[in-house]
Structures are given as C-alpha cells and as structure tokens.
Design a protein around this ligand. Structure first.
Ligand code: C2E
Ligand code: MG
Ligand code: MG
Length: 607
C-alpha cells in the first residue's frame, strides 16, 4: 500500500468532547497528512455515519474509528464488535489507569480493536501508531476478502458437486432417473425380492413412432416428445416406483413390492396412455404407441441386475417383432429370444471370421443323371472356430438378422470364384462349374454385382461356369427385386437356380415369368420319396413343371442308390446328395463312383 493510499483512508474520531476530538483530528491532518478525518460525538451518530443514505447504496466506507473510552465498558466492546462486523478497524483512546490494562485490554482486542492509545499521549507517537493501525486494517481486509472468495469458491464447488451428483443419477432432458441409477437401484431391489419375499417387475418401453417424429420434425420436436412421454410416466407411476429414461427413446419402470398381475396391468395402462398421446408437430399430428417388455422379479429366482435388464429388453424386442404397440412378458422359450441369444454368441464370431478369414468352403458334387459325369459342384460355407466346423444353418440366420450377411455373401462369391480360378482345366474335359448360394438379402447388396464383374474380369473365368442359387422362399417374398438381380446376372452370362424348390409355395404360377435356368427340388421331398408316394408324386409334378418351362432339374438329398435310380427314371437331370458325394474341401473332375450302380440298376430295369 502506498503512502498516498494510506492517507486517503477514512478515519473517524468518536468522542463526545469536541475540543479533544478537534485536537486529535488536526494532529492527524496536519502531522499525519490524513485527508479524510471526520468526527462524531456519540455512538448513535457513529451508527448513522455508517448507515448508507438508502438501502440500495453501498455501505459508506470507514477504515478506522478512534473510539474514546468515555462510553461504559460494555458499550466500548459492543461498538468494537459492531465496527469489526462492518469492516471498520478500531483503536481505543483511553485515560491512563488500570481500567484498560490486562484482561480488559485483551477483551478489547478480541472485540476487534487493534491498539489502545493512552492519554496523555505524545503527538509524535500518535501518527505512526495510527498508520500502523491502518496497515493492520488493510491486511485484515485483504485476508477477509481472500476468505470470502475461498468461501464462495467452496460453496460454488459444493453446488457443482451436488449438480454433478444429480446428473450422474438423472437424465438431463427429462429429469427422470437414468440407466446408471436404475442399475444401482436394481441390485437392491433384487436383494429385497429374494430376501424379503417381495416380488416386482421391470418394464422396458420403446416408443414406436419416435424415429419418425425425430427424422421428419427435427431433434427439437423429438426432445419435446420425449419430455411428453416422461410426463406420462411421472403421472402414471407412483413415486415409490422408479421411472427411468434408459437412453434415446427407451424408458423403463422398476416396480418394487408389486405382484405380476398388478405389474402387467400397469404396463397395459402405460401402453394405452402412450397410444392415446397425440404429439402435435409442425408438419402434422402423430399418434405414438409403445412396445413394452416386462421381466418379473421373482423371489424364487436368483438373478443379476444385468440379466433382469436384458430380459426386459428382450421382451420389448419381442413386443416390437410381434407388431408393436403391445405388452409382452419375457419367456426364455420365445423363438425371438432364442434367436437373440444365438445372435449374441454368433456376432463376435462372425466379425472375427470376416476379419481373419476363418470361413471356408466345401464343395459337393452335382452329378449328371444320364451318365454320372460330374463337372459341377456346389460351394457350401463353413465357419471354423477352434478346430470345430460350424454349418451355415447355425450362423447364417444371425448374420442375416445382424446385418452381416452382405459381407458373408461377398466373401463367398470372391472365395468361390478364386477357387474356380485355381483349378487346372484339361482341354478335352468339360469345364468345372460352381453353384454359389446367395442370401435372401443379396438383391439389396450394391457391391455384389460390381464385385462379380471385377472378379470375372480379373480371373478370365467364363460366366457360364457360375450358377447362383437363391431359395424359393427368399425369391418369392421379394419377387420383383430378386427378378432384377437374376436378370442382371443372367445378362452377364451366369446361370441361376431356385433352391429348395417346392418347400415354399403352393402354386408355381410365378415360374412362368421368373427367369431361372434350374430348379433344385427341396431335399425333404427326395429323402422319403420311395416310402412316401405323395412325395414321389410331388417330385414327378415338379419335374414336369420344370421341363415344360424348359428348365433343368436337380434333386438334392439323394442318400441311396434306389432313390438315385428312381429319380433318373422320373427324368431328373442332375443328382446331388451324400450317396453321390459328401461336401469336401477338394474339387476334382470325376465320374461318380457310386454311379456305376445306378447305371447298372437302370440298365437292369431296361430304362
Ligand atoms: P442348400 O443350399 O440346400 O445346401 C444343401 C445342404 O444340404 C447342405 O447343407 C448339404 O451339406 C446338405 N446335404 C447335401 N446332401 C445331403 C444329403 O444327402 N442328405 C442330407 N440330409 N443333407 C444333405 P449345409 O452345407 O449345412 O447348408 C445348409 C444351407 O445353408 C444350404 O442349403 C444353403 O441354404 C445355406 N448355405 C450354404 N452355404 C451357403 C453360402 O455360402 N451362402 C449362403 N447365403 N447360404 C449358404
Ligand atoms: Mg444350395
Ligand atoms: Mg437346397
């Protein structure tokens, strides 16, 4: 602090004796150079001096009060304290004597005074002691300001911590509890359910129209809709239960100490309330709806919180799959749930296989019925994991559900064409052909055709050597799109077969306009054909239909000689099955060894 700042400080002499006060004031002004020295003659006037003119004005500053001891002792102490509270430092001006010595002196200092000047004083000591008192005052103020700032910072931090704590457990948009909080509470609820025989339930809600509103009306409207849903939950769910926003458009309600009947009824009420809720957007009015999954907390069952949450989620998934706007209670036997469980194990394995190439192809011979010649193989995918070979029936459905099927299709096409390119072709032998199975989603794969064209160009393989297979069911459910794919592939020069023919559709009317080259009769008609006349009749009629439309026929699942002989009689063009050759890793042109028996038997019957 500079001398000038020191001299600018406000000093007030508090003394009822005007002469004494004036003497001291002049001394401070003249000798000390203090520019703001005032005088009041009573405690009352001092209080007034400190009180601002209006309650809106800042407090009038007063750094130092020089208090005469002519007040009663108690008053001196209380005035000191009052001044201290207002940020004014005091110095006591007292008569020489015993009164303000020892204990009493320390009481004055405790009350906030910083010095006692005893009369009669020498003028030369007054100015330095007043300067010192002002410096002490300044230091006190700095310290106090620092303390106040620290206090404020602490308070702010406490508020922030409280806010953070709230946020950790709550969803910011809706103010409902969030997933983290639910997980914590679930643990407890499960313990209570098991130890105190108190059942409960967890509802998992997915808002059916949310994506539509969010995409067409914008995110702000989406947020409004979610707040509306939260409002419905708040009104319908008793405060003793917990309503939660799990994330995005997913909500949950944890019902404790509630029977399954009541829980299912509440789920139904919520579904109805959400169905009745109309959301007014800028572009239109939307009817919501919710798919609600219910997982029960049964005292008899030991469950982890994560498992319960996942059950409710799975039940919600089933509700969605079965048409939305419905309540579904978890059942481990639901086919959708079984599929979900399978997907959860297969997806990481499929990803790994796509990355590391742990897929492989096996090839099954397709034999010409007329003479047993074999120059055609069907490529069948397998997944090898820890030395174990998995059949496509195990993982293809998961790949289809989880959106990995496009990559699988591309892998198969690439691997099959590459394999064909490695086969050494002998000039006088028929070129080896390959059948490649495509998934039901192949027509949606924008990369498939360009990949095929590039592979054919790179390897120089004739497109005639490739035949693609798609199941009849897949083709019929997506007739137009599949027809387009088939036409493009045939334009390229490849052939096309309908796989598992006969299994899907009662009428074959569509076949007239469906541009395939080959029908592969579903193996289930073939295996029992000799024992089941209806199956044989169906096979015969399928062969007739195919031939009348100028298409070739392959029969699959040929497991024995007798069936092979009968199929040849019926007029089937090609045979495929374990009897003629199992799927294997090798491809070599051959004359089926099993076929000599067929030919001999056929010769024996004179056909
Ligand atoms: P699919 O195309 O009808 O293939 C014939 C299936 O029947 C093969 O099973 C084959 O091993 C089996 N099989 C062959 N001969 C006999 C027999 O005499 N008796 C019996 N009981 N079975 C026989 P796999 O390899 O398990 O394939 C099953 C299905 O998986 C295939 O049926 C096909 O729809 C699909 N698939 C196979 N490979 C691929 C592929 O690369 N991509 C796609 N998307 N699907 C594939
Ligand atoms: Mg096939
Ligand atoms: Mg088949």
């Amino acid at each position: 602090m500079t001398l000038d700042q020191l001299c600018a400080m406000e000093i007030c002499v508090v003394d009822e004796d005007p002469i004494r006060a004036e003497r001291l004031s002049s001394l401070l002004r003249d000798k000390g150079g203090f520019r703001s020295v005032s005088w009041v003659d009573s405690q009352e006037s001092l209080k007034q001096r400190l009180t601002p003119a209006s309650p809106f004005d800042p407090p009038t500053p007063l750094q130092l009060a020089l208090l005469s001891d002519s007040f009663a002792m108690g008053d001196v102490l209380s005035v000191c304290r009052m001044l201290d509270e207002k940020g004014t430092t005091s110095v006591l001006m007292a008569d020489e004597g015993e009164t303000w010595r020892g204990v009493e002196a320390s009481r004055v200092f405790d009350a906030g005074a910083v010095d006692i000047l005893f009369r009669p004083w020498s003028d030369s000591e007054v100015v330095p002691r007043i300067s010192l008192a002002l410096r002490v005052h300044q230091e006190r103020m700095t310290r106090r300001q620092r303390e106040v700032r620290l206090e404020e910072e602490l308070a702010e931090r406490r508020v922030m911590e409280a806010r953070l704590k709230y946020r950790v457990g709550h969803d910011e948009l809706t103010g409902l509890a969030n997933r983290g909080r639910l997980e914590g509470v679930l643990e407890l609820a499960l313990i209570k359910a098991q130890n105190f025989n108190r059942p409960g339930a967890l509802l998992y809600l997915d808002i059916d129209q949310f994506k539509l509103v969010n995409d067409t009306e914008g995110h702000e409207s989406g947020d409004k809709l979610l707040s509306g849903v939260a409002g419905i939950l708040r009104r319908r769910v008793q405060p003793r239960h917990l309503a939660v926003r799990i994330g995005s458009d997913e909500f949950a309600v944890l019902l404790e100490n509630t029977s399954s009947t009541v829980a299912l009824q509440l789920a139904e009420d919520l579904r109805e309330a959400l169905h009745d809720y109309r959301f007014e957007g800028r572009l239109g009015c939307y009817n919501l709806g919710a798919s609600i999954g219910v997982a029960l907390l049964l005292p008899s069952e030991k469950l982890e919180a994560g498992e319960l949450l996942s059950r409710a989620d799975q039940a919600c998934h089933v509700a969605k799959k079965r048409g939305r706007n419905r309540v579904h209670c978890y059942d481990a036997a639901d086919p959708e749930v079984v599929g979900l469980k399978r997907d959860a194990t297969w997806v990481p394995m499929l990803r790994e296989a796509l990355r590391n190439g742990s897929f492989t192809l096996e090839f099954q011979p397709i034999v010409r019925a007329r003479d047993g010649a074999c120059s055609h193989y069907e490529a069948l995918i397998r997944l090898v994991e820890n030395g174990e070979m998995h059949a496509p029936g195990e993982f293809i459905p998961s790949a289809e559900r989880m959106g990995l099927i496009h990559q699988v299709d591309l892998w198969v096409v690439e691997a099959a064409v590459d394999r064909l390119a490695t086969i050494h072709q002998v000039d006088d032998q028929e070129p080896i052909c390959m059948s490649i199975n495509l998934s039901a989603y192949a027509f949606r794969n924008p990369v498939l055709m360009p990949l095929l064209e590039r592979k054919l160009e790179m390897t120089g393989i004739s497109p005639r050597r490739l035949m693609f297979e798609i199941t009849e069911t897949a083709a019929v459910t997506q007739l137009e799109q599949t027809r387009e794919l088939v036409e493009r592939m045939r334009t390229l020069g490849c052939r096309f077969a309908l796989d598992d023919f006969g299994s899907g559709f009662a009428t074959f009317n569509y076949l007239k306009h469906f541009p395939v080259d080959v029908l592969k009769i579903d193996g289930t008609f073939v295996v029992n054909m000799l024992k089941n006349p209806t199956d044989e009749l169906l096979v015969r009629s399928m062969v007739n239909v195919a031939h009348s439309l100028d298409k070739k026929v392959i029969a699959e699942f040929v497991e024995d000689e007798a069936t092979a002989v009968r199929l040849r009689e019926i007029g089937v063009d090609y045979l495929q099955g374990f009897y003629l050759g199992r799927p294997q890793s090798q491809i070599k042109p051959m004359h089926s060894p099993a076929f000599s028996g067929v030919a001999a038997a056929a010769a024996g019957t004179g056909s």
